[in-house]
Design a protein around this ligand. Sequence first.
Ligand code: IMP
Length: 428
Amino acid sequence: MPAVVIVGAQWGDEGKGKVVDLYTERADVVVRFAGGPNAGHTLVVGDEKIIVRLIPSGILRPRARCVMAQGMVVDPAVLLGEIDALAARGTNTSGRLFVSDRAHLILPYHVLVDGLRESAAAESRKIGTTKRGIGPCYEDKAARRGVRAADLRDMGRMLGLVERATAAWAPTIQALGGEVPSPRAIVEALAPLAARIIPIVTDTSVLLEDAVRKGQAILLEGAQGTLLDLDHGTYPFVTSSSAVAGGACVGAGIGPTRIQRVIGITKGYTTRVGAGPFPTELHDEVGERLRTAGGEFGSVTGRPRRTGWLDLPALRYAARVNGLDGLAVTKLDVLTGLSKIGVCVAYDTPNGRTGEFPIDGLEDAKPVYESLPGWAEKLPAVRALSDLPGAAREYLRFVADAVGVPIDIVSVGPRRDETIVLRDAFAS
Ligand code: IMP
């Protein structure tokens, strides 16, 4: 059975939760390999809507084992909150939820610094982070003073690590007008959480290799999106981790030879939360309409998302840096009712016209649009490509041809069953 990687092909919020949840019907193991509680994956089952931020979207499938791998940053309090919320709706995570012993922990000083920095930054320098401590936690990891899940097993060692980290952050916290938290208070508050988390702390690379050997189906679930990736995104307006397919190997401790398929998720249009360039952003009533019809408000922060037309140079870029084999196009239903649909096919830049996604000048790039006919029919009941309105089929064909990647899935509504499946990700 193959290992399949699913990544966001835009700026996050592409509908990964739903697509991963669908694929996990077949998966034995579902792995999150990057990011932390900055992600918010929305799952809709029947009339119920559940948002998971840390726990892999596969958790609602009773047979799937779920792994939070070492590329993630895990906030212990958020994790336990999610476990409790799932238990309250009757989803038992015990025995099938694991956190890597090498995953770094988000501690209160990370959240404090993230918030202080965002409040203090001049408007032009704000990244618009989720203020969940993601960046400072990854900074500690790179500075080699991070605290890992395995450290929960030894509170004496934990105190030493927290003292070292808080001392390192103290000048920053003080300069930003904050109060340096007491390491002892942090560790005391952590102790009862540690007792609950230690049983699920595991060498998850061993777990995954064992699953590979047994021929089990493994789904590696990315967070955020390609254009928010630390290396490949619109730096510096990016997150602090690896959101691309290559990050699945690093972040999950699984070798590249194990990966058999990479699927990229894109909406039928584009959204972005937070600051940074967004060439196809719409500031008009169409943008507003996409936001309202698409429910485009952050699932973690509640912030209104910026909205715009589909950007093919960006999508081609995502196809390249991820090596996409298939596309999942989500929220096609949101486009219903528009008489014309714009698609950006190139940019006009001071250096001329380009179909590439440039490192510089994206702020000033003028999108070159093609206008495709829209459709009026509502889509959620459609289950076969042939039942889609002709204009919707044409739109999909146009996108697949322009990106050079076939479409595996089309999502026509938020519910699990409101989906057209064209290709099985796990088929060999
Ligand atoms: P951070 O990940 O909280 O540090 O935020 C860095 C940037 O990534 C900000 O622009 C956030 O809005 C964006 N971001 C982080 N996580 C997500 C996500 O799950 N969806 C969309 N945007 C995100």
